[in-house]
Design a binder for this molecule. Structure first.
Ligand code: XIL
Length: 299
């Protein structure tokens, strides 16, 4: 196969990217994105601040722009994200307790209702675990009660039974890290108690402080063994090592329930980390990097 999407499809997987609505007028960007990828995640446009800027007033203009571009170009869409401590609108930041809990529920229903039946998988809850210690991150959502995550997932299942429901986080790639074990234990508990969860998203932002480790395959295998899909949701590798990209893809391919891989941007110049990080598969001129060829060869 000669594109990432077609190569991934040979094993029944997808290869996706984050798409930014502000770049859809850039034909160099859309040419690559349309050609190479089979799954789209809106980089910011389906987040809480974008979709519910005022309480009870939903806005889907930018989200729909990304969604429609994806579908018109034959791609599926991952929804990102419904319950998160970050990128909350001001009105939500100032809520707490039962009012915030209800606002979270209403938000999930409002956004999932709009996109009902149209989304492959939703990141229902994003980044709920603390960076160290293996416990929950302190946040206004966490302070509504420890059950907020399962409430979010139960609400999401009822709102759109067709969407896969994912828990998504960073630094849960290294199997030996306490954060990974914390999320693993939560997923195991959810499966044991019948809380609806279908997938774990490994963001996989790799850099000097959180480098790729060869136990990544163990992490993917271990989550999959709990009975959930694993999706690599926001892959970028600072420095863009071709070898590391090949290792990541090889680890996904080794696990049948690793359903697909998405990178967090098209060209280095599109990366949230800045072009200098050179973390993606295309350079700023849209040329394929060595990492691109490495990925294509492994797929
Ligand atoms: C980032 C976007 O790429 C930036 O444009 C934005 O300013 C901040 O958020 N984890 C996530 C993503 O789940 O939503 C984040 O995206 C990157 C880290």
């Amino acid at each position: 196969a000669s594109t990432l999407g077609a190569a991934a499809a040979q094993s029944g997987r997808y290869f996706g990217t984050a798409i930014s609505s502000g770049r859809l007028g850039d034909s160099a960007y859309t040419t690559i994105a349309s050609r190479e990828f089979t799954m789209v995640t809106a980089e910011n446009e389906m987040k809480i601040d974008a979709t519910e800027p005022n309480r009870g007033q939903f806005s889907f203009t930018s989200g729909d722009r990304v969604y429609n571009w994806a579908v018109q170009n034959g791609k599926r869409v991952r929804g990102h994200t419904l319950a998160w401590h970050s990128q909350q609108p001001g009105w939500m930041q100032s809520l707490s307790g039962s009012a915030l809990r209800q606002a979270m529920i209403d938000h999930i229903n409002g956004v999932m209702g709009h996109y009902k039946g149209k989304i492959y998988a939703w990141d229902v809850v994003n980044e709920a675990y603390a960076d160290s210690g293996g416990g929950r991150r302190d946040s206004n959502l966490q302070r509504t009660g420890n059950d907020w995550i399962e409430v979010a997932f139960r609400t999401a299942r009822a709102a759109d039974p067709a969407a896969k429901l994912c828990y998504n986080d960073y630094n849960i790639d290294n199997w030996t890290w306490a954060k990974t074990q914390g999320v693993y234990n939560m997923v195991r508990d959810f499966k044991a108690r019948g809380v609806p969860i279908d997938c774990v998203g490994l963001q996989s932002h790799f850099n000097g402080n959180s480098p790729y480790n060869s136990n990544y395959r163990t992490t993917i295998q271990s989550f999959a063994a709990l009975g959930v899909d694993v999706q690599i949701t926001e892959l970028d590798i600072q420095g863009g090592s071709a070898t590391t990209y090949a290792n990541v893809v090889g680890d996904c391919l080794a696990v049948p329930r690793c359903a697909g891989i998405s990178v967090w941007g098209v060209r280095d110049s599109d990366s949230w980390l800045g072009a200098g990080a050179a973390p993606l598969l295309f350079d700023g001129n849209g040329n394929k990097k060595p990492a691109y060829t490495a990925v294509l060869n492994v797929l």
